[in-house]
Write a protein that binds this ligand. Structure first.
Ligand code: SF4
Length: 272
């Protein structure tokens, strides 16, 4: 049973949730809420935006200012919210397809601008809600309804994509380590800039049952066994890292934040 404090961040009137029993999204929602509590965030000044997909239902369950927007476009909405009121804490939750396919353009440009938003990317390697189609992070060779003989397209590495596009904080964890996920989300929110926290999770219903990880616990154990801390990964060869999940903080740098830069432009324009 969640603590009273965690419960106060949940819209319990909307329970039971729509997620399949054992889905990793609940673990991530708990990590997000715990991070917000630990940073002593005010619900009235916290915004959680989402796009479309199973993960995006989170915007309905978290008791803050929430927005359930259109597929792949949540970062456009979040950007508008942050530009209107830079004092708000904005967390944008998205799935892997939402982030890197339909919303790929919004994602790379949010990284490039370094706007002070925290993107929590729930990467379960599949489009779960719509029936198990391959996403840009489905591993090569994996089964998907759109790839019944195995995926051929090489998968995106969300963290490398975010780093290359200019995000100032980039980290990865898995649902097998929710405390670590919480701490990365917390660091992402604290960062004054665009933060990307990828949390590797599972869709046992649409991905696991067809890819030898049928039960939620099979996925949990897989993530636990496959996780390699960044410090150790640096000593390993690419062959040794094949099939592993490198976890840790990849980027943590100070670069000019977008709303602050924009404010200077407004002041300059007002001076004439
Ligand atoms: S379909 Fe997959 S991602 Fe969606 S709730 Fe079920 S297990 Fe979770």
């Amino acid at each position: 049973m969640p603590s009273t404090e965690v419960l106060s961040w949940l819209r319990t009137r909307f329970m039971p949730h729509i997620w399949c029993p054992g889905c990793g999204h609940g673990v991530i929602m708990h990590s997000i809420i715990r991070a917000l509590i630990s940073l002593e965030k005010d619900k009235t000044k916290t915004v959680l935006a989402s796009g479309i997909g199973c993960s995006s239902r989170m915007a309905g369950y978290i008791n803050a200012n929430t927005l359930h927007s259109t597929h792949g476009r949540s970062l456009a909405f979040s950007t508008g919210i942050k530009m209107f009121n830079p004092e708000l804490t904005v967390v944008d939750v998205m799935g892997d397809g939402d982030c890197s396919a339909i919303g790929g353009n919004h994602f790379i440009h949010a990284c490039r601008r370094n706007i002070d938003i925290t993107a929590v990317v729930m990467n379960n390697n599949i489009y779960g809600m719509t029936g198990g189609q391959a996403s840009p992070t489905t591993p090569v060779g994996a089964w998907a309804t759109t790839a019944p003989w195995g995926v051929v397209d090489p998968a995106f590495d969300i963290c490398k994509l975010a780093e290359g596009a200019g995000a100032s904080y980039v980290a990865r964890s898995t649902i097998a380590n929710p405390k670590q996920a919480e701490s990365f989300i917390k660091n992402g929110i604290k960062n004054k800039g665009f933060s990307v926290v990828e949390i590797v999770t599972h869709c046992h219903t649409q991905f696991g049952r067809k890819n030898n990880r049928k039960l939620p616990i099979d996925n949990y154990n897989f993530f636990k066994d496959a996780s390699v801390p960044l410090t150790k990964a640096k000593t390993m060869t690419s062959e040794e890292l094949a099939g592993k999940i490198v976890v840790g903080e990849f980027v943590d740098k100070k670069t000019p934040e977008y709303t602050e830069q924009y404010k200077k432009v407004i002041e300059k324009a007002q001076r004439g």
